[in-house]
Design a protein around this ligand. Structure first.
Ligand code: NAP
Length: 237
């Protein structure tokens, strides 16, 4: 039996990933920072779903989630999915003229420090798994190659904090993967997906967006590690 934790699984890509992995036979801890939203999501997902409160910015919340999941029998797959976008003063994307250190810190707190906080806390459980897997939900906007290429659509995105946070997630992924060769640890780009993160302006469905997250969560021990993938294959850093 495979046991999986997905952070930020009460809605959006995390919820859809939970639905798919449960259908594949995983027991999924549906992580939610709000306990009620998590319980509601787990009820909707049905058998195979267990709600767990986890705010990735809060040490005590993460430690409590580790205790719950350890008592439940351990963890095989961690999907670091919880994420936030950076909003400027007019609720638009904060570009170079608007971004502040405080905004940057707020976005990094969830997207980067949250990923590290959760991964670090669950390492002892993952190390006990016969087939440990970590999926870090990054973004296509993390690709320095694409964002710096004026001919690429990613270059048109003006925000600073969000792409920088996801580029940091990519680096964290590479360093973890080298340090833990017995684990499969990869970063993924779901593609521009209709969720609350972008005010539901995304062009893909959550079913399409979750595809690469699900695929990398189901890797065998001989699968790739330390990579950055979208649904079509490896992406340039
Ligand atoms: P979403 O629908 O807004 O879902 C984000 C999830 O993260 C929600 O469950 C949210 O919880 C949770 N979250 C936020 N801060 C948290 C915290 N401190 N602790 C725990 N959970 C927290 O957005 P989404 O599009 O599904 O995003 C999922 C991931 O995909 C993110 O990492 C995002 O950056 C990435 N991504 C999305 C797209 C896209 O086009 N949608 C593209 C590339 C990458 P609440 O409900 O409590 O707010």
């Amino acid at each position: 039996m495979t046991t999986t934790l997905i952070t930020g699984a009460n809605k959006g890509l995390g919820y859809e990933t939970a639905r798919r992995l449960i259908a594949e036979g995983h027991t999924v801890y549906v992580g939610s920072r709000d306990a009620d939203r998590g319980r509601g999501a787990a009820e909707r997902l049905g058998d195979g779903a267990r709600a767990v409160q986890i705010d990735v910015t809060d040490d005590a919340s993460v430690a409590a989630a580790v205790s719950t999941i350890e008592a439940g029998g351990g963890l095989d797959v961690l999907v670091n999915n919880a994420g936030v976008e950076a909003r400027g003063p007019d609720n638009g994307v904060a570009g170079a003229a608007e971004v502040t250190a405080d905004l940057m810190r707020e976005v990094f707190e969830t997207n980067v420090f949250g990923t590290v906080r959760v991964t670090h806390a669950f390492l002892p459980l993952l190390r006990r798994s016969a087939s440990p897997v970590v999926v870090n939900v990054s973004s296509g906007l993390a690709s320095l190659t694409h964002v710096a290429d004026p001919g690429h659509p990613a270059a048109a995105y003006p925000g600073v904090a969000y792409p920088a946070s996801k580029a940091a997630v990519n680096m964290v992924t590479v360093q973890y993967a080298k340090a833990f060769p017995d684990m499969r640890i990869n970063a993924v780009e779901p593609g521009f997906t209709k969720t609350d993160l972008n005010g539901n302006t995304g062009t893909q469905t959550v079913e399409e967006g979750a595809e690469i997250i699900v695929r990398m969560a189901r890797l065998d021990p001989d699968g790739p590690s330390g990579g950055y993938f979208d649904v079509t294959g490896p992406l340039p850093w």
